[in-house]
Design a protein around this ligand. Structure first.
Ligand code: SUG
Length: 417
């Protein structure tokens, strides 16, 4: 039975605010703030519990070893000798944003009828450019059943690829052939365009997608300039529903026309700039929501608390729910520690539509397994990391112990190291 499973990145014990992502306004605004890894990770667990309570299937991905000593060694240094910026880049917990782990094409869309996952290279930001090795190793375990999955290494640099955050799939149902939409950026604005069209095209070819049902759509330069460093900050799709800001795409009319031609039943919910400006959208992360269909069939939007706190966004949500719009329910989750680094509910999860029975069960969670994960977090995750702690030997030892304890609890010993 095919269904959507959300794999959330467990927020790692090294979570901190180092301001490493130009163009990500929250992350740069919070540079130097004190982070709370334990609270952050428990917020992530609570979000997963809320998904389970809706009747959704839930999975996890574990944090990679941090600091990344292998990366520093390839840079001919080590943690003690490295300059401050390399220390911060090696320590980052950025793999928590699992929407950037890989691009996923479910089995009904691909040439060989398997679900394909291409790990993202994340080459644009130095602190994210060394995530892929551990992600590839982990996805090869979780989706190791080669009859059902193909887990692929990243496309080569210099073509930046940030994975599912710039990819949407619209379909009549998860097990029906979809229309896959790859959203890319064009450089030239004040901030880097992280998704290169050449990378998107390579992923689509590798997955054997039908060119007639694959769209390559340019993200609007205005959206990137306003701080939408990934498409999932201004648009989200699920099944036949696309929820998008009016200014998300460079050629919005052309894109909508293509979508309607390929999927006549598509429902496009466009939020006008006159009601919610790009600034409000990016400040509130309304679109960085999980749009899901729980077993009761009611399309549900899972938004961060920041979306409800914005009066204009709240007004739009209330008007949509009161009207006859396709989204029937809105749930609010508190992921503020992640939000302060520019990562909302949608960033924290990688969606995979497949039969849960084909996945390594150690990556799937129920309430009891979440209790176990929460106990490890309570016991081992640092309470706070401030900017001065980055070079602290005791902190590094604690982070290593914390990860080892999580691996032990989940029985994922082959990922130790
Ligand atoms: O890549 N933040 C992440 C946030 C990623 C959000 N993901 C999605 N939109 N899908 C990023 O900019 C901040 C790290 C720091 O500054 O310490 C960071 O990497």
């Amino acid at each position: 039975m095919m269904r959507e499973i959300n794999f959330d990145g467990i927020i790692g014990p090294s979570h901190n605010y180092a301001g490493l992502s130009p163009g990500n306004l929250a992350a740069t605004a919070n540079a130097g703030a004190v982070a709370h890894p334990r609270a952050a990770a428990l917020q992530g667990v609570a979000k997963m519990r809320a998904n389970l309570a809706l009747g959704l299937a839930q999975g996890v991905l574990i944090p990679p070893p941090r600091p990344d000593h292998d990366w520093l060694a390839r840079l001919a240094t080590d943690y003690d000798a490295a300059p401050a910026h390399l220390k911060a880049q090696a320590l980052s917990a950025s793999s928590m944003w699992a929407a950037n782990a890989a691009t996923v094409s479910p089995a009904p869309d691909t040439g060989d009828g398997r679900c394909h996952l291409t790990v993202a290279n994340l080459v644009t930001m130095p602190h994210r450019s060394h995530e892929w090795q551990a992600t590839l190793a982990q996805l090869r375990v979780a989706f190791g059943n080669e009859r059902h999955f193909a887990v692929r290494a990243p496309v080569p640099a210099p073509f930046g690829d940030e994975g599912a955050a710039n990819h949407m799939r619209l379909c009549a149902a998860h097990d029906a052939p979809g229309v896959e939409v790859f959203v890319y950026g064009v450089s030239g604005g004040p901030f880097p365009a992280r998704q290169h069209v050449e990378a998107s095209r390579a992923v689509a070819r590798a997955h054997g997608l039908d060119p007639a049902r694959t769209l390559f759509v340019q993200q609007s330069t205005a959206a990137i300039a306003a701080g939408a460093f990934h498409n999932d900050v201004v648009a989200v799709a699920n099944e036949r529903v696309l929820l998008t800001h009016e200014q998300a795409f460079e050629d919005r009319d052309g894109f909508y026309a293509d979508l309607r031609r390929l999927l006549p039943e598509v429902e496009i919910v466009e939020v006008p700039a006159s009601e919610v400006s790009l600034e409000d959208a990016i400040g509130s992360y309304l679109f960085n929501a999980q749009l899901v269909t729980p077993p009761d069939g009611q399309p549900t939007l899972i938004v961060p608390g920041e979306a409800r706190a914005n009066a204009r966004v709240r007004a739009w949500i209330e008007a949509h729910l009161a009207g006859n719009g396709p989204i029937r329910r809105v749930e609010v989750v508190d992921v503020r520690e992640s939000m302060a680094n520019g990562g909302g509910p949608a960033c924290l999860r990688l969606r995979v539509a497949c039969d849960p029975a084909t996945i390594d069960p150690r990556f799937l969670v129920d309430d009891a397994r979440l209790d176990m994960i929460a106990a490890v977090i309570e016991r081992h995750w640092p309470e706070a990391i401030g900017p001065d702690a980055i070079g602290d030997a005791a902190l590094l030892a604690r982070i290593a112990t914390a990860r080892a304890a999580l691996i032990e609890a989940l029985g994922l010993t082959e990922l130790q190291g």
